[in-house]
Design a protein around this ligand. Structure first.
Ligand code: NAP
Length: 362
């Protein structure tokens, strides 16, 4: 790319926003030129606005420290500075829906981490290795919004990334019934142990809204475009329990699956390790070389050993075995704020750029 695209981050001071900032440091295609947050932070330097809230293990990049934080709600002003934005604001669903549409209508592509638009019929919700063809719906969305280059694209919830890629790799064996329990890290709630000490040594059996997302969002990934809308797939049916556990980063899933076509264990492993998509074919900057790894050891995947596989962009699977009630069971693990949040959105943006949906403003 001759000149880097100018990127804005909405919600830049929050946990996901900080992850965007970290991942985009030295990105070959993108340069963060604008950071925006709530009116509380607007007007301060990024460093000052974040204060003691920096939650990444790597230091705050020098290039952003002195950027002046803009007010997310000043849409025209922010949009004028950038070629596209990543969205990670924490507002009500209705507010997020409205503000992301307002950005799109200023002819600014929005790649969002938020759930607000995940079920808007003409908004693509994409894991680039799974359903890149859903980006084709952008032309219908642009018609509705009356835009030439502005649109919204979203990535799905962090919880599903530990099993939806696995089930996709096994599609030819027709999985039709899935039971999953997710063991979810506290960073998924935007927290560390410093700001959520009650989580030390604790388990909380409830994460608001998470079970419905975990059951329904994979079906939308596997859905089809019909008459300008994405229609979700009917199968496999998924039932899920989501549990908060005392882990900083990394969502683990324990999953049971029934198949219509009975596979051998080795066939299932082969499909996992050979599973590739457009990001690998196009060698996108953030694409993991190996999307899914299979670990043979009985005590893997483990959060501390495996969460950073492929810089947090890969999925680790282990303990695949036959089951006495279901056909097979396995454990999956993925990084919730990298693949499950900012990293997944960056990969979407890279594919959108490679396919010409995002480009420099004229
Ligand atoms: N954490 C995860 O792993 C994860 C994963 C997937 C999706 N998400 C979603 O991503 C979003 C951000 O999550 P997070 O964990 O990064 O939250 P967070 O740490 O609380 O950050 C929220 C960001 O939104 C800004 N903000 C808050 N209220 C605002 C308002 N009224 N107007 C404009 N900006 C406002 C904050 O700015 P100030 O600093 O100025 O307050 C901050 O930049 C949420 O919608 C969350 O559900 C999070």
């Amino acid at each position: 790319m001759e000149k880097k695209l100018r990127v804005g981050i909405l919600g830049a001071t929050g946990m996901v926003g900080q992850r965007f900032i970290s991942l985009l440091e030295n990105h070959p295609w993108y340069e963060v030129v604008t950071v925006a947050a709530s009116p509380r932070s607007a007007g301060k330097s990024y460093e000052e606005a974040v204060g003691d809230r920096w939650k990444m293990t790597s230091p705050m990049p020098e290039a952003v420290k002195h950027l002046t934080v803009m007010n997310v709600n000043e849409v025209e002003k922010v949009a004028a500075e950038v070629d596209f934005v990543f969205s990670a604001v924490d507002m009500t669903k209705e507010e997020i829906k409205a503000i992301e549409e307002a950005y799109a209508k200023t002819e600014t592509p929005v790649v969002s981490n938020n759930s607000a638009h995940r079920w808007t019929p003409d908004v693509p919700m994409v894991v680039p290795e799974i359903n890149p063809e859903h980006f084709e719906i952008i032309k219908d969305q642009r018609k509705r919004l009356g835009t030439q280059r502005g649109f919204i694209a979203v990535k799905p919830n962090c919880s599903i990334q530990s099993y939806a890629p696995v089930l996709t790799a096994w599609k030819e064996f027709e999985p039709y019934e899935v039971v999953a329990t997710t063991y979810q890290a506290i960073s998924g709630a935007g927290k560390t142990f410093a700001d959520w000490p009650e989580m030390e040594g604790n388990i909380i059996p409830y994460i608001g809204g998470e079970e419905e997302k975990s059951e329904q969002e994979p079906l939308r990934l596997w859905g089809t475009i019909e008459n300008g809308q994405i229609v979700k797939a009917a199968e496999p049916v998924i039932t899920c329990q989501c549990v908060r556990v005392p882990v900083l980063n990394g969502h683990t899933a324990a999953v049971f699956v029934k198949f219509r076509k009975q596979p051998e264990k080795q066939e299932l492993i082969d499909r996992l390790v050979n599973f590739k998509g457009l990001p690998q074919e196009l060698d996108l900057p953030s694409a993991p070389k190996q999307f899914i790894q299979y670990l043979e050891e009985d005590n893997r995947p483990q959060v501390t050993l495996d969460v950073d596989f492929e810089n947090g962009m890969g999925v680790s699977v282990g303990r695949l075995r036959t089951d006495s009630v279901y056909d097979y069971k396995f454990i999956g693990l993925s990084h919730n704020t990298v693949r499950g949040a900012a990293g997944g959105a960056v990969l979407c943006a890279e594919l959108l750029t490679a396919q010409g949906y995002i480009k420099a403003r004229d």
